[in-house]
Design a protein around this ligand. Sequence first.
Ligand SMILES: [Zn+2]
Length: 191
Amino acid sequence: MIVEEEVPPILQVEHGIAGWDIRLIPEGLHIYVHRPLYTHHGIYIGDGKVIHFVGPKAGPTRACKKCGFSRNTGHGVVETCLECFLHGGSLCRYNYNVPRMILSITSHTMCPNCTTTERSKSGSEIVETAKEKLKEGFGKYNLLSNNCEHFATFCSTGTAFSQQVKHTAALAASPLLPPAPLLLMFYRNNI
Ligand SMILES: [Zn+2]
């Protein structure tokens, strides 16, 4: 389905944008894709390309015919085609600038990991930062303290944070769930 209408900037809190015409995806949008037990994040830079921060064993085993990316060609901050970023998953958008009141009313219908009251920079500033980090790197990948979401939130706001890690830590502390080391086993080498 192609969405023709303009997307309201503030109150648009839904995440799924898989039906969007690719030409409607704004440059600098923080996008993510759901995996079974985690989400992978990146910055859409236009022209069907994404800059994202990947761990050493992430990505397809064979080099992509479109962008050349594979788990063997590189890790860290990479630029790939949208298809490599999605890797078969469904495209979603991270929501910034969501008023606290809206967040509290709708939290039961939204993924709390991917909705925030933090303000995002302009699309052009976000793309500029992502491209800078593509050249400079983003430090050593660390699942808990420096992952793909930290990269995308840093580009978007100037401050790195991961709601995924925060909420996973809270879940891991729950007596109803397996202990943290077991949960983290699923995350390792995947984000
Ligand atoms: Zn590719």
